[in-house]
Design a protein around this ligand. Structure first.
Ligand code: PAF
Length: 287
């Protein structure tokens, strides 16, 4: 595996890579969820680039940029073992040699759910993903479904700016008790870790109820919020996966997402569960 730390090194190594080329963008601190993206990309493309960059533009004031986990040696070992061709791990000055003047601002897609709680987060994500796609010029880029709103933003980035890259979404990898893998899980104390799957359980309850024809979304969300203790619920919502506007009423025969965020101590967890609504809500389930 070759490692590039500068844009110049990346460009020169990229020249020699046979296509199709896949990119897996990451912020490092890799876990089995990242490994599953890397394996899928490895199986699909002749060349594989993984980027590792903790992007300051997507962290708000008071968020965990300074203490975001960094495990570069372990990451490099994992990526070499998975047969990655090129690791792009630039320092901040390579990605942002001067204050960023031009940014990519998602509009309505960034107004609700994560976007409401983390103003400017998706602007930072969209801007760095566009830079990475321009630098690496992949035919395919791989993203996890856990960051479901990020995935929606990236899909619209590619569609609206006519980028020539397929976005491949990969399923969430979970612990045996349902907790979605995340680099931030390593912050959890034993008691926080024990409570952490309550977020996934709450989302599953919502998704199962919607699939069985329940349509009273707000009552459903209130019930689920009450069950999440000792987690502190940040928000729960039911959304269309390409819009992320919280729904009060669910449409029939639709692919929706139950999404949410909660705090275990100071650690913020997010998760998403798919829900397909039936063709028509059943009488007894309409309240
Ligand atoms: O999901 C992540 O790790 C980051 O948001 C990404 C896509 C690498 C952009 O910094």
């Amino acid at each position: 595996m070759h490692t590039a730390r500068t844009v110049r090194e990346l460009r020169s190594f990229r020249e020699g890579l046979p296509g199709p080329v896949a990119l897996v963008p990451t912020m490092g601190a890799l876990h089995a969820g990242h490994a599953s993206l890397v394996r899928r990309a490895r199986a699909a493309c002749r060349s594989l680039i993984v980027s590792s960059f903790v992007n300051p533009l997507q962290f708000g004031a008071g968020e965990d940029l300074g203490r975001y986990p960094r495990t570069p040696e372990d990451d490099a070992r994992l990526l070499a073992d998975e047969g990655v061709d090129l690791l792009f791990a630039p320092p901040e000055a390579e990605m942002y040699p001067r204050p960023q003047e031009i940014v990519v601002q998602p509009l309505t897609l960034a107004q609700h759910c994560e976007g409401l709680r983390r103003p400017d987060h998706f602007r930072g994500v969209a801007t760095v993903v566009l830079k990475l796609l321009n630098l690496c010029r992949p035919q395919q880029a791989y993203f996890g479904e856990k960051d479901a709103q990020q995935l929606a933003v990236v899909r619209r980035l590619v569609a609206d700016l006519h980028l020539d890259c397929d976005i491949v979404a990969c399923p969430i990898v979970r612990e045996a008790d349902g907790l979605a893998l995340s680099s931030r899980n390593r912050y959890l104390s034993p008691s926080e870790r024990a409570a952490a799957p309550n977020l996934h359980r709450a989302l599953q309850v919502i998704a199962t109820a919607l699939a069985s024809g329940r349509s009273d979304v707000n009552a459903l969300l209130a019930d689920s919020r009450a069950r999440m203790s000792p987690l502190r619920c940040d928000y729960l919502a039911v959304v269309r996966p390409d819009e992320f506007i919280p729904l009060d009423a669910v449409p029939a025969d639709s692919e929706l997402l139950a999404v949410g965020a909660a705090f275990a101590g100071n650690t913020r967890l997010i998760d998403a569960v798919k829900a397909r609504t039936p063709k028509r809500p059943t009488e007894e389930n309409v309240r």
